[in-house]
Design a protein around this ligand. Sequence first.
Ligand SMILES: [Zn+2]
Length: 152
Amino acid sequence: MLTSPAPSLFLTHSIVGRHLLTNFAFDPDKPYTFCCICGDLYQDATQREVTPESPLNKIAHATLLRKTWASSHAKTHSTREHELLRLSGRAVTPEAAVRLVPFGISPLTDMVLSDEHEHAAATAPRRPQDDAETLPTPTHVGFSGSKSKYPF
Ligand SMILES: [Zn+2]
């Protein structure tokens, strides 16, 4: 019988020294997504503009952008990398934890159950070393011949 792993808890917290970062756009209170293997994090301006009161089409568009990034980014990792993470039973790799903790995203369950994750979180930089990723600006040429690889 196959069973699903227990859900993993993530603790989100403020970014230490956020006020000292210049040209840093990531907003932890707005939608984002991240890679559980390498810790790359995606949030573009569209995500930061979304509020609970936003029109549904804007919220749907922002969601589509995140899913597009996640789908595209997942392909940058090998099947073996995905399988190793799944077999580990952890939500993220220690390498991802090192990149996520400075953004205020701590994989709490992994940190409690794994010394490697606990160490990764404890030794992660206190502030993000770079900003969240964004998708390249799509170029539309019309409905019949879009050059964009993204469906928007
Ligand atoms: Zn990745």
